[in-house]
Design a protein around this ligand. Sequence first.
Ligand code: HEM
Length: 377
Amino acid sequence: PFDWYADRRGASPLHWDPDRGCWDVFSYDEVKRMLGDDETFSVDPRNASGFQPAGDQAFLLETMLFQDPPKHDRTRDVVDEFFRPSAVKSLEPFIAEESRRLVEEALAEREDDVIDVVDALAYPLPVIVIAKLLGVPAEDRDQFKQWSDTIVEGTAGEEEADAADLQQRQMEAGMALANYFRELVADRQENPAEDLVTRIVQADADLNETEILGFCMLLLIAGNITTTNLLTNAVRIFGEEAYWPAAGQRDTAIEEVLRYRAPVQSMTRVAREDLTIDGKRVEAGDTLVCWLGAANRDPAQFADPDTFVPDRRPNQHLGFGYGTHYCLGAPLARLEASVALRELGAEYEVTPAWGDDLDPIDSSFLHGVRSLPVRLD
Ligand code: HEM
């Protein structure tokens, strides 16, 4: 997409697309302004003219991701503390151990020391971690992961001959997962534990059942495939650049991965009032697609934007968004990426085993590849 962004951005920060019926926004300044101004730009798609609810994801509309303040803040406050860097830090040994185990298991199945980073590590790790955080007992985690995998299958860009069949399976998995959460919630009401589900049920924010379930589902959906792509994109770039970060450089390099190949390329907002931007008339109810991936390569903000600079500082990228909806899970995603890469690099020398034909995920909104073979010596 990067050529398209550069091409468009050069002409104007925003363009109307008559086919999709929305504005595309490409410049760093405009994207940041829109994400930072909830008064003028709503996150709730129900404010868009001609809004049509997409049936299977309707519950997501009841979560913070699609709520404007003040309602948003009430929901987010319930879990904010749980996701602070100091709070997620305690997961570090668990993440390290799981990362090592996943890679060792994948290697044990191979004679040529080549594993697929996506299948072996980047895909399973985030689900395992969020399951642990929520309080899903270890013996249920495989089942939990299967439901979660089915739900994101479409977004992961799997080939699916029979779309109706996939939809059916996703509905069943969604229901199974919702039932599972219902039981977990009921259990934690009786037996509080040190986990996120307990935190959510004990919150004095008067969450109703739909909101509680939406919460659990949101954490699964928002945090999994995104973290998968961050890890995969990091290994891909390090391979392409023939570079592996030393301990002190790792976290800065991960920030540059988030800028250079942002796992989430776009976020959507709805104008609440008529405005004029760059001489163009935006009307109340118009949808604006804010291209984070384009903002992250805007030469007005970043010197040499199309070059991967692992020690780039400052690096105010928008890979986790900006403002009110700035990614709740950012500290967790950063920790997972950092620990998984640390463990991988500590044990092995990682070299690319992929060819010229990387298979991108079939999505304009998520950026990553479906598979990434590497050799581990
Ligand atoms: C919000 C990206 C990982 C939970 C967001 C937003 C972005 C984003 C761009 C802003 C949405 C908006 O402005 O409309 C990412 C990326 C990740 C990642 C690139 C991994 C590399 C996670 C994880 C979790 C999570 C691990 C949770 C376990 C959320 C939630 C929101 C959010 C709940 C909504 C926050 C709000 O509305 O206040 N994420 N995310 N994300 N993310 Fe993440």
